[in-house]
Write a protein that binds this ligand. Structure first.
Ligand code: NAD
Ligand code: MG
Length: 387
């Protein structure tokens, strides 16, 4: 059996580490081409040494010398800066994990989409920010996009290649996050520590805050629309606190097919790693008898207006999802730095969306210009909210 040659963009993050864990369990099946990170020199160096990766790229240029020192005497190419990360994304691989967080991952994810093979997509912000461009790059590169996001991975498996014309509904489940039962007053006072303490999933800080505001589910509605070509009206959200049913599809005859599994991102990652085969991982299992009860409830768009905003942006199309994503990244960062209240995050996103006339960015430069303008506006709104 030939070994699958793979790269991990964002190797030091939550998804990156989960991917490395799976790779380490199956050294006979995988060979590592390139690994990238933002600033974590030591974590990246450790991963390169453990995997024997051929190329390592650190986005923050000031870390290149330290990385080169740590890897001195080894047969590995060390690169730095955004160009270095892009070079890592372009290095030919059979399989690439796109796990950089935020629109910072857009250019590398696009580059990986251009070279064929499988692109395992965790970086949903890249898709939301520049959906048509990313899908087009994958089409031109004959690259197979596979969703890593647990809900979309579940839907992909439930669909099993059926025509979306046979679908009545596509439903993404959501845990409801740490504030599922919280009142608005409690949410207004929420600290970053409380917002990041997710009841079910252990994830990076940004996506944890997105789960608390439910903007994560909003971004995921847009992601589902782009990945599966399903119109907004057929997309549903279901609160499911146990987080064991990850997504489901309802066909026109009333049959519903759902995908269940443990609350562990390594399960959907493993699905994409071996696709279309299966990777045996003995300790991943879900004992439904021990769980006993699965519960469901409708989402509350009053307390979680991010869902409504994302649906509006999806329907508006064009640059609206780009604005939504950029403003959200700025507001979440301000919240994590304790410069903004929790409820202000979505208010800033809404105000940013309202500040722009509808446009349709056609090229990557157009998208990046709009992303930049939205960030500037959102930053000004955050500063104004401080006063
Ligand atoms: P994280 O913050 O734990 O890791 C992010 C990774 O990206 C790190 O390796 C970091 O070094 C790198 N990075 C950050 N900024 C960068 C920059 N400017 N340039 C280059 N690299 C940069 O994030 P995560 O939780 O692993 O999430 C990664 C992506 O996967 C996000 O898009 C998130 O929405 C998505 N996702 C995550 C989960 C999860 O369980 N963590 C689930 C579904 C989807
Ligand atoms: Mg998800």
């Amino acid at each position: 059996m030939t070994r699958r040659r793979l790269s991990i963009l964002g190797a030091t993050g939550s998804i990156g580490r989960s991917t490395l864990d799976l790779v380490a369990r199956h050294p006979e099946r995988f060979e590592v081409v390139a690994l990238t990170a933002h600033r974590s020199v030591d974590a990246l160096a450790d991963a390169v040494i453990a995997t024997g990766a051929e190329l390592a790229a650190i986005a923050d240029e000031t870390g290149v010398d330290a990385l080169a020192d740590r890897l001195a005497g080894r047969d590995v190419e060390v690169l730095g800066g955004r160009a270095g990360v892009l070079a890592a994304a372009r290095a030919p691989a059979d399989w690439t994990m796109a796990a950089i967080v935020g629109a910072a991952g857009l250019a590398p994810t696009l580059a990986a989409a251009e070279h064929g093979g499988v692109l395992a997509l965790a970086n949903k912000e890249a898709l939301v920010c520049a959906g048509p461009l990313l899908l087009d790059a994958a089409r031109r590169g004959e690259t197979r996009l596979l969703p890593v996001d647990s809900e979309h991975n579940a839907v992909f498996q439930a669909l099993a290649g059926r025509d979306v014309g046979e679908l009545r509904r596509l439903v993404l489940t959501a845990s409801g996050g740490p504030f599922r039962r919280a009142g608005l007053e409690e949410m207004a006072r929420a600290t970053p520590a409380a917002a990041v303490a997710h009841p079910r999933w252990s994830m990076g800080a940004k996506i944890s805050v997105d789960s608390a505001t439910m903007m994560n589910k909003g971004l995921e509605l847009i992601e589902a629309h782009l990945l599966f070509a399903v119109p907004e009206a057929k997309l549903g959200v279901l609160i499911h606190p146990e987080s064991l049913v990850h997504g489901l599809v309802e066909f026109v005859d009333g049959s519903q097919v759902a995908t269940l599994g443990p609350t562990d991102m390594r399960v959907p990652i493993a699905h994409t790693l071996a696709w279309p085969a299966r990777l045996a991982v003995d300790d991943f299992t879900l004992d439904l008898a021990a769980v006993g009860t699965l519960s469901f409830e409708p989402p509350d768009e009053e307390r979680f207006p991010a869902l409504r905003l994302a649906r509006e942006a999806l329907r508006a199309g064009g640059g609206a999802p780009t604005l939504l994503n950029a403003a959200n990244e700025v507001a979440v960062a301000a919240f994590l730095e304790e410069r903004l209240g929790f409820l202000d995050i979505v208010a800033i996103v809404e105000a940013t969306l309202e500040a722009f006339a509808p446009t349709t960015p056609a090229t990557l430069d157009d998208v990046l210009d709009l992303d930049r303008a939205a960030r500037e506006r959102a930053r000004a709104l955050c500063d104004a909210a401080l006063r």
